[in-house]
Design a protein around this ligand. Sequence first.
Ligand code: SF4
Length: 440
Amino acid sequence: MTVQKVAVLKYEEPVESARRAVELSDGLCHLPKNAKVFIKPNIVLWSDIKPFPKWGMITTSRIVDDVVTILVDHGVKDISIGEGPVLLNPKDKNVAMRAFDGLGYTVLAKRYGVNLINVHRRPYETIELGDGVRLNFSKDFIESDFVVNVPVLKTHSQTVVSLGIKNLKGVIDVSSRKKCHSADPVKNLHYMVARLVGALPASLTILDGIYTNERGPGFDGKIRRTDLVVASSDVLAADMVGAALLGYSPSDVPYLVHAAANQNRPLDFSDIELQGASIKDLNLKLSYEFDYNDNKDLPLFMAKKGIRGVSIPKPDTTLCTYCFTITGLIIASIAQAWNGTPWDQVEVLTGKIIKPSPGTNKTILMGKCMYQANKDNPEIRNAIAIKTCPPSKKEILKALHEAGIPVEPSLIEHPEKAPSLSYRKYLGKSEFDESLFTIQ
Ligand code: SF4
C-alpha cells in the first residue's frame, strides 16, 4: 500500500506556512523538470459590483501568490492560472479575466510572466473517464504537466464538502457541468464528481483554510477565519483530511466514497501519513445543508417568518449551478415579497426529478429540465412553465407574478448585485481582511 503524506498547518506567515506544508507533504514529488504548471484556484463567481464578500468563497490571493512564489523558487518557468467561474450572465464569458484582474493575478502576470487562462474562452477536449462517462475538459488543463489545485476548505450544500476533486469542475465546459448534475440515481452528481480525478495530471493540492465556509459554497454561507493550510501530492488524501477538518468522516461524503472505490483505496486514513497538526484538535464540525422546515418544503427562515401558501421543495443534486444560484435569489425575492397574506398554494419546483405535491393550485416548473420532467403530470392543476435552459430572468419574473407573488424584479434581473448586499455584515470585523484578496 502506498502511503500518502498530508500536511496540516496553521497558516501563520505568508509564503513560509504554505512552503512548509508543501515540504512536509513532499508535495512537489511528482513535479517533472521543465514542467508546464497549471494553477487552479477556486473562483466560484465574480461580481463587478464591489465590494462583495470573497472570504470562504474564493481562494485567497495570498495563497495563490504563495503558490506562484514557491514554484518560481523551485525553478518553474511555465506557470498558468486558469479558471472558469459560474456565469451569472451566461452570455458574459469574460468574467474570469475581470476576476483575475480584481484578485491581483495581473500583478503575477507582469512580475513572473504567469499566463492567465479564461477557461470559458479556450478549447476543450473530450476525455473518457470510464464507464461511458465523457466530459469536456480545458485543453490547457489536461495538456499541463503538473497541476497545483488550490480550493477553499469549505462545505457544500450538494456534495457535503467542496475540496480538491470538486474544484476540478471549474475546468470542464458548461454542458459537462450540466451533465454532472445528472438525474440518474446511480451516475449522480457524487459519482460524476469522483470521476473528475481521471483527467487530473500529476498534482499538488493545497487547501486554503485561511477562511472556511459553513453551508457553502457561496457568499451566503457562514464564514470563519480559521488560518489553516493543508497540502498533499494526492488529491484524494487531501480531500479526506479536509473533510475530517470540516467535521465529516470521508464515508459521510458520497463523492469521496466513489473516488476511494475507483482507486481501491481505504477510507479509514490507513494509507495516509499526517504531518503537522492533529485533525482531532482542529475538527470544525460545520453544517453543510441549508435549514429547511420539517416537511422540507420551505427554507426554515421563511417558515419562521410565518410565510404560507408557497412551497419550494429543497433543491437536490440535479440542480445545476446556474439554476442553483438563481433559485437562491428566487427564495430571497419571495421572502421579501411576503406581506402577511397567504398566497394561493403555489409550488416552485426545481432541478430534474422533484414531483409536484398534491393540493397545490399553481405549480411553477423552473427550467427546461423540470418542465420536461413534469409537463404531463396529471397531479398539476395549473402549470406555469419556464421552458428555457438556463431559465430566463424575464420568464421567472413573469411566472412568479402570474402565480400571484409580487416579487421585486431587482435581485432576479441583476444577480450580480446579490453578493455585495451581504458585505455589510463583515464591516468592522478585522478578521475579514480584504487585503488577502490583493497582490502587491
Ligand atoms: S434548466 Fe437548470 S437544471 Fe436544467 S440543465 Fe438547464 S441550468 Fe441545469
